[in-house]
Design a protein around this ligand. Structure first.
Ligand code: GTP
Ligand code: MG
Length: 324
């Protein structure tokens, strides 16, 4: 029996089918039960142990290594996870394919640098449609030793590694990817050549993500996997917009204004007439800023607006500079 699951990196065992890493003993299984079910039936089994987390300190101590910090283009919010190691790390902004094609990549890059200052290098990619992967691979070939791929869960770390191996080594890996949180559970290494080893790592779970507050069927609707068709509404002084069953946004401004929402195309987003009460986040933003609802959407306005976001308190809502 091989001793590590090639899908998620967990240690395999054949003694207890209810415990993590289970495989039947009489088969040459490459995947644990959880990865097998996810790959073949799209079924998500939770894991039992709390041991699966990114050991960032161990990575930071490996000073000869390089870190690829992978971030999801819609959820950029300067996660300070690398400290001093930023200066020899590459910030990889993934999922370029989901933002509308009309957005200017140079403007995006300049703004990302303002949000995440101090990295050795920055690159905007899409693992899905190979955008800038040749450029990233050339950058990697100039490096030596271990390259750790780290970041929040669902940012696309495993998808990136799988694509690099497929494109440039012409090999198919069993490495599992999915839109559910915490797909990769332990570090998994891949030799790119004699000098370079790529290491996939478990994603950091964001406490404020909406994905932690909704069920598995809803996750499929909320996750953005195609180019977003932004929803635009014109309004005069006040409007109330309902973003599916997840939140309501009340907007007040002087005179005519517009609101643009970037979210999954599967969500119902519409104006509503009823006022809303209860817990809300409040912001006053101008047209240089945008509001992010963690893993749900990005919201922009035509001019200065007072906004109330009525949503589950546990979900993180924040403002940042407009990315494009
Ligand atoms: N649209 C789009 N989706 C992507 C891209 N890269 C990854 N995804 C999707 O994002 C989701 C998460 O991808 P994974 O590669 O499993 O993410 P991860 O960072 O390894 O996640 P963990 O293992 O949980 O830390 C999957 O549904 C992928 O298909 C991309 O470039 N574009
Ligand atoms: Mg992964």
């Amino acid at each position: 029996m091989i001793n590590k699951c090639l899908g998620c990196g967990i240690d395999l065992q054949n003694t207890d089918s209810d415990k993590d890493g289970y495989v039947e003993s009489n088969k040459e299984n490459k995947l644990c039960k959880r990865c097998f079910r996810l790959k073949n039936y799209g079924e998500y089994l939770n894991f039992n142990s709390n041991d699966f987390y990114l050991n960032i300190n161990e990575i930071l101590k490996d000073e000869k290594s390089t870190i690829l910090h992978v971030v999801d283009i819609l959820n950029l919010n300067n996660e300070e996870i690398l400290g001093d190691r930023k200066k020899d790390s590459i910030l990889v902004i993934n999922k370029k394919d989901i933002i509308p094609r009309s957005n200017n990549e140079n403007t995006l890059l300049e703004n990302v640098k303002k949000i995440y200052p101090g990295y050795m290098n920055y690159i905007i990619i899409s693992s899905k449609n190979n955008h800038n992967l040749d450029k990233l691979y050339d950058l990697l070939l100039k490096l030596k030793n271990n390259i750790y791929v780290v970041g929040y869960t669902n940012s696309g770390k495993s998808s990136l590694i799988k694509k690099l191996i497929k494109n440039y080594l012409n090999e198919e890996e069993e490495l599992l990817t999915s839109y559910y949180p915490s797909t990769t559970l332990k570090n998994i290494s891949f030799k790119l050549n004699d000098n370079l080893t790529l290491i996939d790592t478990p994603g950091i779970v964001k406490n404020g993500s909406i994905l932690k507050r909704i069920n598995l069927d809803e996750i499929k609707r909320v996750v953005i996997d195609n180019e977003i068709k932004p929803k635009i509404f014109q309004f005069n002084k006040k409007t109330i917009i309902k973003i599916d069953n997840y939140c309501v946004v009340e907007c007040n401004s002087l005179g005519k204004n517009s609101i643009i929402i970037f979210a999954s195309n599967r969500l119902n987003i519409e104006k509503q007439t009823n006022d809303v009460e209860g817990f809300c986040y409040e912001f006053k933003i101008n047209n240089y800023k945008e509001i992010v609802i963690s893993d749900l959407c990005v919201i922009r306005f035509g001019k200065e607006t007072n906004i109330k976001v009525f949503i589950d308190k546990e979900v993180n809502v924040y403002e940042r500079i407009k990315l494009t």
